[in-house]
Write a protein that binds this ligand. Structure first.
Ligand code: PMP
Length: 346
């Protein structure tokens, strides 16, 4: 290797470390990440696993499957794992669809869905949300009659809204059994218990339903890429045919086990985040700014005559702007909220 290329490689290596995002950054409010770095117990477990990174993880992630299955009260064989919920969706689309099939999405929705739709060469049928950020479930169920997949996020991203249990039930009864329903619960841990669905019972009753969850949000492990889905044993078996060999890293099972052991501390963090979301919404309301009824770790400000990009220009805040003129802000902590409110008050 020439001296020049050695120097270049050294530079690149230094740059790679420098390019790691800061674990704590009150300005990072664009991706609905958890503002807290991993708990010490989780970090220590993951470090131990990194110590054996010369070894492959399990061929298929059986241990992780059992851990999750036991926790949520379903059989191991009902659980499917992936690189984040994104990985599980990709796997589900590849297992259950052919290029040219239709997928019904609300619009706007989580950015990953249009990308995964293109990757699986599907055609999307887009059903607009109403003005309060809710799904038009009747229109979606109607469109699902000649689609292979329909996606319902609860809470929804970007609006944070929740469809009621009765509406979800009616929707599931309306969708044909041949159409796979992805019920995306990426933010479910931020939802108060009385608003949660009995998802394990739902998959027992609806054989075409896959419930999606992730360790990226409430569990604060977005960088480790751990997500899962659960479904009837028959549907889960079909999805599992696409389970990538050695596909879950050697850190994932220990990280999940450590999170489950630290559930009380995580619950405190979740309460902190949801309290901050409520505080941010109240303060926005006091300033006459409308936001949707969010049950997740973010708030959504529909377009309301203010050019949001302009408002926050030069503030250093990283926020998510939408083509429809709306804005999404991750709830992180008081310093973040104050930076947002100060920009709005200017
Ligand atoms: N579903 C929804 C609704 C999301 O907002 C996200 C991430 N923003 C995901 C799924 C995917 O998350 P991950 O792949 O990190 O698990």
């Amino acid at each position: 290797m020439s001296i020049l290329s050695q120097v270049r490689e050294l530079d690149l290596r230094t740059d790679t470390l420098a390019a790691l995002p800061a674990a704590v950054n009150p300005m990072a409010l664009a991706l609905n990440e958890n503002p807290f770095p991993p708990l010490p117990a989780v970090r220590s477990a993951v470090s131990q696993a990194v110590g054996v990174a010369n070894r492959y993880p399990e061929f298929l992630p059986e241990r992780l499957r059992s851990l999750i299955g036991a926790r949520i009260g379903v059989l191991d064989e009902q659980v499917v794992l992936g690189a984040g919920a994104t990985g599980v969706v990709s796997q589900a689309l590849h297992a259950m669809t052919h290029p040219g099939d239709r997928i019904v999405l609300s619009t706007p929705t989580f950015d990953g869905y249009p990308i995964l739709t293109r990757m699986a060469r599907l055609t999307s049928v887009q059903v607009p949300l109403d003005e309060y950020g809710h799904h038009d479930l009747d229109a979606m169920a109607d469109a699902a009659t000649d689609a292979k997949v329909v996606v319902l996020c609860r809470p929804h991203n970007p609006t944070g809204t929740l469809e009621s249990a009765a509406d979800v039930e009616r929707f599931l009864r309306h969708v044909p059994r041949e159409t796979m329903v992805l019920l995306d619960e990426a933010y479910i841990e931020f939802v108060t218990p009385e608003h949660r669905l009995d998802s394990a019972q739902l998959v027992a009753r609806f054989p075409n339903l896959v419930v999606l969850r992730t360790f990226s949000k409430a569990y604060g492990l977005a960088g480790l890429r751990i997500g899962y889905g659960f479904a009837s044993p028959e549907l889960a078996e079909e999805l599992s045919r696409m389970q990538l060999p050695f596909g879950m890293s050697i850190t994932s099972a220990v990280a999940v086990a450590a999170c489950y052991e630290a559930e009380d501390q995580l619950a405190q963090r979740i309460r902190f985040i949801t309290d901050e979301r409520r505080h941010l919404r109240r303060r926005l309301q006091a300033m006459g700014i409308v936001s949707t009824d969010s049950h997740a770790n973010f708030v959504y400000l529909p377009q309301q005559g203010r050019p949001w990009r302009e408002v926050f220009r030069d503030t250093g805040l990283q926020l998510r702007y939408f083509d429809n003129g709306a804005l999404r802000i991750t709830a992180a902590g008081r310093a973040s909220t104050q930076a947002v409110l100060a920009a709005l008050a200017r």
